[in-house]
Design a protein around this ligand. Structure first.
Ligand code: TXA
Ligand code: MG
Length: 380
């Protein structure tokens, strides 16, 4: 007898976007007060959800959107890796609501926050700074989070929605950026939806992220201390406010071999990559000559992302599908960078021509992301 076998199609429900208003949230210690009724309902729902094993929630931070699940539950951590399609040897940052929660849940009587971080924590927490602390035997953070490293990355986000979510659930959240692996990090809820729709139940939508690039990751457990990833706190600020030990901080190299453990964020994997080819122009002044030379004989559809010095695309003799000024200061470029790369990609271009910024101050974090996104660099 012939039987028609129907393939079972499992369709995931669409991801829900839950608006929240950060201005309506007040946090004192771990006590959260929310004046807006919708924000309270959505936060409470997300806070209940992250306590359920295997459940994840996307949420805004001041840097980029994160995809959070309990750092103490292996089903939740697995769900993060699965939703993002992230390689399982790239460790996750654990987000806590403050030093109190860190000491109560993650550290122990014997195992204190290393002294070398004291001044940095006072100055930059809550904020875009991730520190590595030693992974002690009694630490409840799962090996799946740290992927075999002997340290755990910890951060206290400044964004009221993120901190309220962690405080209300009283759950330390393992949370990578909420993009699909290899894509630019999300700075709007719609970016998360674009990458993860149907793969996660909900996104708390708190609007655009103010910093726009991820946290600075520092390792104070080695000598000299190291910046593993430049980010929202500049190297100059670390040197200025960290105390004597941080004055000679070094910045880790940018790439690692395939078999090396991932000691430095993003060293070994493709990162921040739109589908279109990104070409980075450094030291090319107004760009008119360099871009014209580069584009000679190329019929591709292009986008132009300018920063400080580039002339208009019209002056370069181009008719781009999309043209953006990312900003006139490095912090403004940082805020707009991922959004503009994503928008250029959505516009269906073949090439994204991007003007570099100086690798100083906030420019270091921008150039770190841009040099990973670019497959070609034109130097003036
Ligand atoms: O701003 C941020 O840090 C955002 C928001 C959501 O908080 N999160 C973020 O996470 O950027 P993710 O997973 O996309 O990047 C974290 C990086 C990874 O590349 C990982 O290699 C590194 O931090 N990392 C985490 N724990 C580490 C550890 N124990 N040792 C070395 N690197 C670590
Ligand atoms: Mg990431």
């Amino acid at each position: 007898m012939l039987r028609h076998l129907r393939k079972k199609v499992v369709s995931m429900p669409a991801t829900q976007i839950l608006p929240v208003d950060k201005a309506s949230i007040q946090i004192v210690g771990d006590t959260v007060t929310v004046s807006d009724e919708t924000t309270l309902r959505h936060l409470a729902r997300a806070a209940e959800s992250v306590k359920v094993p295997g459940s994840v929630v996307a949420f805004p931070t001041e840097t980029v959107y994160g995809l959070g699940g309990s750092a103490l539950n292996d089903q939740s951590v697995k769900a993060i890796y699965t939703a993002k399609r992230r390689p399982a040897d790239n460790p996750l940052i654990v987000h806590v609501s403050g030093v109190e929660q860190l000491e109560r849940i993650i550290m122990s009587q014997l195992h204190r926050i290393p002294k070398i971080y004291e001044k940095l924590i006072d100055k930059f927490w809550p904020g875009p700074l991730t520190i590595l602390v030693p992974l002690e035997a009694q630490c409840p953070v799962l090996g799946l989070v740290t992927t075999g490293q002997d340290t755990v990355g910890i951060r206290v986000p400044e964004h009221a929605v993120a901190r309220a979510l962690i405080a209300m659930s009283d759950t330390p959240l393992a949370a990578p950026s909420a993009n699909a692996s290899t894509r630019p990090s999300p700075t709007l809820a719609t970016h998360v939806q674009h990458d993860l729709d149907g793969r996660i139940p909900c996104i708390l939508d708190g609007g655009a992220c103010a910093v726009g690039v991820e946290s600075t990751v520092v390792n104070g457990l080695c000598t000299p201390p190291m910046i593993l990833r430049p980010g929202g706190v500049s190297v100059d600020d670390i040197k200025q406010y960290g105390g004597a030990e941080w004055r000679h901080v070094i910045t880790a190299k940018k790439s690692a071999g395939k078999s090396e453990p991932v000691r430095t964020p993003g060293m070994k994997y493709r990162h921040y990559s739109p589908t279109a080819k990104v070409v980075l122009f450094t030291g090319c002044g107004d760009g008119v000559t360099a871009v014209a030379n580069y584009m000679a004989g190329r019929p591709e559809k292009v986008a132009v992302l300018r920063s400080l010095h580039f002339a208009s695309a019209h002056d370069m003799g181009l008719q781009p599908v999309l043209e953006r000024s990312m900003g006139t200061s490095c912090s403004e470029v940082a805020r707009n960078l991922f959004r503009d790369l994503r928008d250029a990609d959505e516009a269906g271009v073949d090439l994204i021509l991007v003007e570099a910024v100086d690798e100083e101050g906030d420019g270091l974090a921008v150039m770190n992301r841009l040099s990973k996104a670019a497959s070609e660099t034109v130097t003036g």
